[in-house]
Design a binder for this molecule. Structure first.
Ligand code: NAG
Ligand code: NAG
Ligand code: NAG
Length: 610
């Protein structure tokens, strides 16, 4: 055996299953198994099986047949042919409750029950002897997570669905209750099918929140009952809208896939488009130069000092609340431009007659909208505000205030804060005692690095340069700099796609597989190694493509050829994806072991000679 084969042999002991996110506890063996041609997923002991669980089982069964993903090894599995042919068969997967029997809520009810209410844990056992595998959980949502994992275990070889690592024993549950993905559908519009495809992709990596930044200054595609004029005048076109029926459809589609939709109507800033139907409610609409009035064009924000505008906003939130079952609803609150209000005669007059500062008026406005939300059973979510540090990090040409945590806006202690400007602000938000969602631009923005899109600056950069790689988001530590009490305030995190430079044509490629990195971070917890994650993330991308999501390659396919296939009678071929980083890692390990062994031998020799 030469040195390289020896190294390869070491690698065979690395669990190679491509499950994403990494389960809490995974043990594998080295016995091959095939799926029987009559393989079936069977429910056991569940009375009144929820329809969405039946549907999820159906989808899993379909994926097992249609994925047809070949193993990511140089010969794509061909050399395992005889092993696979002679392997034992798995006849069925029994799906049952951890309590001996009974009924469960639907996946949809679990998904929308509130942050951390439903139990997502599950156990999955696949015996080496084949026969029957078992999936157990205490909820339909937990069973759904387990089905998702089950669907990631299998490869195709000439029409045979197989794995090489039985027995498999998995005990799994998430580290954080909020694992999200944010999409902006205002800067550019995304048809319903694009959103559904994205929800599917999210569910495959166990993302459980769709943060939908549905409207902004540029367009208002959401058709809100009682406020139809907003989309009639504010959508890019009459077909580029989300009707109440579309919303019902999307909400149900998401919930059946274990995803809660946190809708966001960003206020009082980011509302220029409302001036199209309600000029009376908007200060500095499309004012120029825009850079004096907003962080990006067009300028325009709600006249928060006006009681009519406040009432309008309260009613709008009530109407939007009733369209979405989620307990979470974001009122935005970011990037409020003070110059816009300084130049707005009506706002100045209101402030004078009310004897308030702008911040006091913002407080009144926020109390009104947030209390309407609470009455509707919602928990308000806002973008962070850490005003002192704000100016330093943002390329803003004007003075602006955030939903001012440090100022006179008193946010209820139930409020959840999205930390977006910088991960440096996490501790400040936690110090205020707010629950928080990680969404920092320096780790999680998918749109960074796309160049400048405003103006004609040839060398313009995006404000959050550089591009954020999957490794960058993967390396994030959610509790860095927090006390253990503050760490409990972290409910999770997400990657975000602002769509100034994105549309349906690049949605898949800009999001996937990158956005899967935070899915694993917030499911499996931090500390994952990018070297061992990479081969599994390759697998995510390849499997996504098989399922119709156009994920992009992370490396040249050449990498897949730099693989091992040791069959020397001692070590079974298991098809571990190797790359130079992993090789380097093991070489280092071997070198350290060698030095250790050398010293030991030297010591023994000295000892003997005495
Ligand atoms: C992981 O699972 C194995 C097999 O079920 C078990 O023996 C082991 O104790 C578990 N480890 C942890 C850390 O839970
Ligand atoms: C979640 O369900 C599992 C069984 O799948 C159970 O062991 C665990 O205690 C439950 N967790 C909570 C917090 O109820
Ligand atoms: C908010 O404060 C109230 C009163 O002090 C307390 O009962 C409640 O548990 C707090 N809620 C949160 C989410 O911290």
């Amino acid at each position: 055996m030469d040195l390289l084969s020896l190294l390869y042999a070491f690698l065979l002991f690395t669990p190679a299953l491509a499950i994403w996110p990494r389960p809490r506890n995974l043990t594998t063996g080295s016995t091959p198994l095939r799926l029987s041609s009559s393989f079936a997923i069977k429910l056991s002991g569940i009375s009144q099986v929820p329809q969405d669980l039946t549907d999820a089982i159906q989808r899993t069964t379909t994926f097992l047949k249609t994925d047809k993903l070949q193993a990511l090894v140089p010969d794509r599995g061909a050399s395992s042919s005889s092993t696979v042919k002679s392997a034992g068969t798995l006849q069925s997967l029994t799906v049952k409750l951890s309590q001996s029997s009974g009924s469960v809520k639907s996946i949809s009810a679990d998904a929308t029950a509130g942050l951390g209410v439903a139990n997502e844990s599950y156990t999955l056992q696949i015996p080496a002897s084949g026969g029957t595998a078992t999936l157990t959980a205490s909820s339909a949502l937990g069973l759904f997570r387990g089905l998702t994992t089950f669907g990631q275990l299998w490869y195709d070889l000439d029409g045979t669905t197989y794995l090489l690592n039985a027995p498999i024993q998995i005990t799994d549950s998430p580290s954080y209750p909020y694992r999200g993905f944010m999409l902006d559908t205002s800067r550019n519009y995304f048809p319903v099918d694009d959103i559904k495809r994205t929800l599917d992709a999210m569910s495959w990596v166990k993302i459980n929140h769709f943060h939908w930044h549905v409207v902004d200054s540029q367009s208002f595609p959401l058709v809100v009952p009682g406020f139809e004029e907003l989309s009639q005048k504010g959508a890019y076109s009459s077909s580029e809208v989300y009707t109440p029926d579309n919303i019902k459809d999307i909400v149900a589609y998401a919930a059946a896939r274990g995803i809660d939709i946190m809708i966001e109507v960003d206020t009082p800033g980011h509302t220029a488009v409302i001036s199209k139907s309600h000029p009376e409610h908007v200060a500095c609409p499309e004012a120029t130069p825009w850079s004096s009035f907003a962080n990006e064009p067009p300028a325009g924000q709600l006249r928060l000092t006006s009681s009519a505008t406040t009432q309008f906003t309260v009613n709008l939130f009530k109407a939007v609340s009733s369209m979405f079952p989620s307990k979470l609803l974001s009122t935005g609150g970011d990037e409020l431009n003070t110059n816009c209000y300084s130049k707005d005669a009506q706002t100045q007059q209101d402030l004078k007659s009310q004897g308030k500062t702008l911040e006091q008026a913002l407080d009144t406005f926020t109390q009104a909208t947030h209390s309407a939300l609470r009455t509707a059973g919602k928990t308000p979510v806002v973008w962070e505000g850490a005003p002192q540090s704000y100016q330093a990090v943002r390329l803003t040409l004007t003075s602006s205030i955030e939903m001012a945590l440090e100022h006179t806006v008193k946010l209820g202690n139930d409020t959840v804060v999205l930390v977006w400007i910088s991960s440096d602000h996490v501790a400040a938000v936690a110090q205020k005692g707010f629950r928080l969602i990680h969404a920092a631009s320096d780790f999680f923005y998918l749109d960074c690095g796309g160049g400048g899109w405003v103006g004609d600056n040839i060398n313009g950069n995006s404000w959050c340069d550089p591009f954020k790689t999957w490794q960058k988001s993967y390396s994030f530590n959610p509790t860095a700099g927090l006390t253990s009490a503050q760490a409990k305030l972290v409910v999770g995190g997400q990657q975000l796609l602002w769509t100034e430079q994105s549309g349906p044509s690049n949605l898949d490629s800009i999001a996937w597989p990158r956005a899967a990195s935070s899915a694993e971070l917030f499911w499996s917890g931090p500390g994952g190694d990018v070297r061992t994650a990479l081969p599994r993330l390759h697998d995510v991308a390849y499997r996504f493509i098989q399922r119709g999501v156009k994920a992009i390659p992370l490396q040249p396919r050449w990498r897949l050829r730099v693989l091992l296939a040791v069959r020397d009678g001692v070590f079974r071929y298991t098809g571990v994806l190797l790359n130079w980083e992993i090789l380097g890692f093991w070489m280092k390990g071997l070198a350290i072991a060698g030095v250790g062994l050398g010293s030991l031998l030297a010591y023994v020799r000295i000892f003997r000679n005495r």
